[in-house]
Write a protein that binds this ligand. Structure first.
Ligand SMILES: C=C(O[C@@H]1C=C(C(=O)O)C=C[C@H]1O)C(=O)O
Length: 108
């Protein structure tokens, strides 16, 4: 399996070819913040891409179920999803999962 990095900033040596500045995050706090924010923005974009993939997969499952006369939603499965997010992140995880489910199947 290959791993994918999301870092968009160059390594320090490339960003500071002179090499005379002290190393570490305190050397230039503004630059450190700007680098971290660029990574945060890239991660946010990736999260939205993943969300759209999840929405498409979820919609596919819902259509298959409804085409066979079933309901759009499956509350047992939703509880499974909610439990998993809660196990990872606690109450905020549950809140996030509720929003995720709402995005994927609309309001119940
Ligand atoms: C995708 C499904 O359909 C609905 C959407 C779910 C989801 O987005 O995770 C979970 C349960 C269902 O209410 C499913 O049953 O797996």
């Amino acid at each position: 399996m290959t791993t994918q990095t999301t870092t968009t900033t160059p390594p320090r040596a490339a960003a500071d070819p002179g090499g005379s500045a002290p190393e570490g995050p305190d050397a230039d706090p503004e630059a450190a913040i700007a680098r971290a924010r660029a990574d945060i923005d890239a991660l946010d974009e990736e999260i939205v891409r993943l969300l759209r993939r999840r929405m498409a997969l979820s919609e596919g499952v819902q259509h298959i179920r409804m085409a066979r006369g079933g309901r759009r939603t499956d509350l047992a499965r939703e509880n499974e999803v909610l439990r998993r997010w809660h196990a990872e992140l606690g109450q905020p995880g549950t809140a996030l999962a509720m929003t995720l489910l709402e995005l994927c199947r609309g309001r119940v």
